[in-house]
Design a protein around this ligand. Sequence first.
Ligand code: NAD
Length: 481
Amino acid sequence: MISVRNYVAGQWLVPDGIDTTPIEDPATRERLGTVPLSGAREVAAAVAAAKAAFPEWRRTPAVERARVLFRLKIMLDEARQEMAVQLSREHGKNVAETAGEIQRGIENVEHACGIPSLMMGDALEDVARGIDCESLRQPLGVFGVITPYNFPVMIPMWFWPYAVATGNTVVLKPSEQDPLTHQRVIELAAEAGLPPGVLNVVHGRKEAVEALIDHPDVTGVSFVGSSAVARMVYARAGEAGKRVQALGGAKNHMIVLPDADPDVVADAVLSSVYGSAGQRCLAGSVIVGVGEAYEPMRERILDGAASLRMGRGVDEGVDMGPVISEAHRERVMRFINQGERDGARLLLDGRGRTVDQYPEGHWVGPTVFEDVRPDTPLGNEEVFGPVAGLSRASSLDDALDLVEASPYGNATSIFTTSGWAAREFRYRAGISMIGVNIGVAAPMAFFPFGGAKHSFYGDLKAQGRDAVEFFTDKRVVISRW
Ligand code: NAD
């Protein structure tokens, strides 16, 4: 059992007199730890610590701030395997998936190590005779970072390494469902030399989130989670005049043209739909076969889905783990039940599936529907579970209509050997992360990550140069001597 603690001004604290919530292994329901559910008082203490640390941290040269991150990167590399196993226990996905997640997190630390160059401004002499102009990037103060359960190690690292590298200080509110492994990252950051108060952590739910957004000393907010909460965070922080980037949910279409290689398609679709048991904002959800692409695609996806090995993520040979909680399992079941009522044809039913060795787990077997209509919840809402909805289109235009009609705009993929079709798709889809013959089009740390429509509220995205923009203000100085 690990006691999850708040981390404030360099001290690990279990606040007195507040409720806690358990963390369980979703395959076994073994209790792994407890999480404090902080309120406004705990948030205020963390914000005060971050505010107090800001002036000195801001004055610390960018190269010195970067050196802390260089040390952290090496420590994370060393701790990676141990963390991958721990993350698999608390989240449920298999160890290859958790190791991949940790790697993507480390890549953000690596990218943020380049901050002395990334943060540079511009200068021009003689903008008018004898007058020079320069622009500088300056940090802004205390940022709040609020993150979801599905990538609990990586997603906080989309933000806080850039925030602290640019000289800001941070209060992180991780997901209360699986915050154990990221606690190890925070411990390592402290060992790497991040001064007390620069990065603080407060655990909790809605109450802690609202207190963090509303706190007058918090200058900006980075959020990732479901669209309804993302929209609330965007509106509430925006109303208070704060910077905000709020990444929301997704409903991702994968379009298969008749000239695509059906084996490449099947591999990509299976890993995209069923990886992490579908709990990914980049998960494939609606799989559209254009014309004669449909039949071979259907057959291969069905065979592949039926042969996936479900089990506990830390065990050998497991393709797909459980979903995070019983509440989430029931949510996915409701989508499957509703899909049947709405007339979609259930080709593979994951509802009754369990794993003998772990009867208590939150299991949902791989599920495949066909004839999914775009005007039903299965066709236009985020399921966030291992459910593929197959549908047919008569042409690329027809398939593009489906993508364009979606309220979400996070990711999409096309499978084709036609450069023209791929170009047309990229040009018209209106979706932010696009895969061409790639199933999970996840931008690496030096590119922006984030969607469009109801998948994203804001303008500057996570990672890459956008992160440096988000966490700094451009100040322009015009001088005459
Ligand atoms: P969630 O919205 O339930 O929770 C996200 C965070 O908000 C958590 O820290 C949680 O404690 C807090 N929260 C939850 N309800 C709240 C409320 N009513 N008021 C204030 N705060 C609240 O999301 P989740 O279930 O943890 O994560 C899954 C969701 O995140 C999916 O919708 C997924 O698509 C999305 N997601 C998006 C991206 C992206 O890049 N766009 C990446 C990962 C996950």
